[in-house]
Design a protein around this ligand. Sequence first.
Ligand code: BDR
Ligand code: CA
Length: 313
Amino acid sequence: TTPLIIDTDPGVDDAFALALAAASPEVELLGVTTVFGNVPLADTTANALRLRALLGREDVPVAAGADRPLVHPQPHLSSAHGSDGLSGARGTLPEPTRAADPRDAVTLMRELLEAADRPVTIVPIGPLTNIALLLAAHPRLKAKIGRLVVMGGGVDVGNTTPSAEFNLWSDPEAARRVLVEEDVPTTLVPVDLTHRCAVGAGWLADLARTSATGAALVGLTGEYLATYRRILGLDGIVVHDAVAVAEAIRPGILATTAFAADLDCSFGPNRGALVVDRRREVERPPDLDVALDTDLDGLRSFLFERLSSLGGA
Ligand code: BDR
Ligand code: CA
């Protein structure tokens, strides 16, 4: 099994991502760290604790991390996920019986990495602040990270500004540190691909019928569905973060292309945008693996098969 840490800002699609990890025997979920993002840190942490209870995984530590970007304030939260980050449905999830871990996110990640006897995969599915802090504070621990699978960025698409995607836009300086300046092997799962992996209303209705846990997950999608109807004209939702977790579980399920890339940290209209170098001759080695394709039906079946196995009373 691959040891896994998920750094998250739940978030409806983050909920699906956590559920997918919990349902997958190929990975051992060592810990969950939270970050501000879709909603403030207190809410993302409360959501992570409820989701952990729903998934029957209160053995997995949840540690809170950064409550704001590294340098500049986050201009705004996401309105896509409703006021509490879970379409206003947090209260439908079970009350946690365990509190958050007393350690902060970076300390938990450090201790898990130090104790690991195999390379750990870290899946950041929110702003990259905690990961930038980890790499900056503990450079020697990079050797313990097998791979980062990051949900974020857009090659030809933005979802928060015309050119920037939410996770990278929320803390561009942190994203630049992680994706450009550091040399940890990284797979980036951008919105270009995640939008194509949307799941339909029928898929969700089928999932809701499989178990109480499936129904509870689908119960979190109300406002998020409305968002995607409005912004993409979908009758369904985009499960961005679950696509990244799928790649961590089944390396190679996404087809990647290596690019030299940069991150725009200026204060113009491209702040937070990923800049991918598609020239044939580039000055820097192409070292960022960007996931741009997959077997879409195969991926949806994989997600369904796993999420429908969750059971629950
Ligand atoms: C990313 O932004 C968040 O709203 C989602 O949870 C996902 O991580 C998509 O741009
Ligand atoms: Ca997220």
